[in-house]
Design a protein. Structure first.
Length: 342
């Protein structure tokens, strides 16, 4: 099938393009950039693709819908909130990697993103595509989850869905490599600042918090809030979400182990590793989320270690997983990837 991709200059767009070029169900890819006024070859727009002269076209919603069967948006926050309406009206298939339509409340979006929201009616029509729990089959507008949200929600899901924990005790200590900050230069991601350093940023203010809480509430209405901290670490790719929660009386390690096995035993992209805690290098280059769990009976505390590649499972890989579901392709198509080595 013919697909469109709006936004090729960011890291997620680049990785998504690489995946789509290899996809057996994709016959062609039209590239668009909303900042262009004329066609430019890809190797001029993104020099990393130095042998690829595929034209990158100026953005036009009419051209996108006329020349493609669906479209991916890998654009910054604040773009699709202005562009989504024609696609929703036409019921044209969209997978949106930005945060613009993840939330279902206008005020929440504006509070966390500090930008104008898409109309409330648009937010209500979008499907939050946490692909390992909510299939995108028969959906037309999929809001791809954020990277921190994906790692954290997959780590917490069995405990929250089965009501095993004190919901007021959720503490998340999440760490990300520098690619999660995008390509825009910043003092915090300058090599001399990021190298040999750890930097806490956006404490309790990260824009992925509301989508995490929204989804947790959909699983258990008693969830009110979470404690969420983010740290920038000196690696390029990868997220480790370390989660601490108190269990309810009567819950033991064997019960916790069983709910993780039951929840993830049949899911192709989530690997439960038990007490063998995973590290980031196990998943970089893959669409996998590896999850390990350790229970301390003395403090009645569960520690969950959830790791993903932020550009694959946290962005482009999950977008392709949603694409496969949306069009009823094999869910694992072009996503049976191996970690980058060494």
């Amino acid at each position: 099938m013919q697909v469109g991709l709006v936004g090729i200059t960011g890291y997620a767009g680049m990785v998504l393009y690489q995946l789509l070029r290899q996809h057996s169900e994709v016959s062609g890819i039209n590239l668009y950039d909303h900042k262009l006024t004329r066609n430019q070859p890809l190797n001029e727009v993104v020099p990393s693709f130095f042998t690829d002269q595929t034209p990158v076209q100026p953005y036009s919603d009419q051209a996108v819908m006329a020349d493609n069967q669906m479209v991916f948006f890998a654009t910054s926050a604040g773009v699709t909130s202005k562009l989504s309406q024609p696609y929703l009206d036409a019921k044209f298939p969209v997978i949106d990697l930005s945060g613009d339509l993840r939330l279902n409340d206008v005020d929440e979006y504006q509070r966390w993103y500090h930008k104008d929201s898409a109309p409330a009616s648009d937010l209500q029509q979008a499907h939050y595509g946490l692909a390992d729990f909510e299939s995108a089959e028969d959906k037309t507008y999929v809001a791809n989850p954020g990277c921190y949200a994906t790692a954290t929600l997959l780590g917490l899901a069995p405990l929250v869905q089965q009501d095993l924990i004190d919901l007021d005790s959720i503490i998340v200590d999440a760490k990300s490599g520098t690619s999660g900050a995008g390509k825009h230069p910043a003092a915090s991601t300058h090599f001399t600042q990021a190298n040999d350093n750890l930097q806490i940023y956006k404490p309790n203010q990260h824009q992925h918090i509301p989508e995490i809480v929204m989804t947790l509430k959909s699983w258990n209405k008693q969830v009110k809030a979470i404690q969420f901290m983010t740290t920038l670490i000196p690696i390029t790719r990868g997220i480790m979400s370390t989660i601490y929660v108190k269990v309810k009386p009567g819950i033991d390690g064997a019960m916790i182990d069983q709910v993780y096995q039951d929840t993830y035993g049949h899911k192709p992209f989530v690997n439960y590793t038990g007490t063998q805690l995973p590290d980031i290098k196990q998943v970089v280059g893959t669409n996998n989320c590896n999850i390990g769990v350790v229970y301390n009976p003395v403090t009645q505390t569960v520690m969950v270690d959830s790791v993903i590649d932020n550009l694959l499972k946290g962005a482009a890989g999950q977008a392709v997983q949603n694409f496969n579901q949306m069009f009823k392709f094999e869910e694992t198509s072009e996503l049976e990837l191996t970690p980058f080595l060494p």
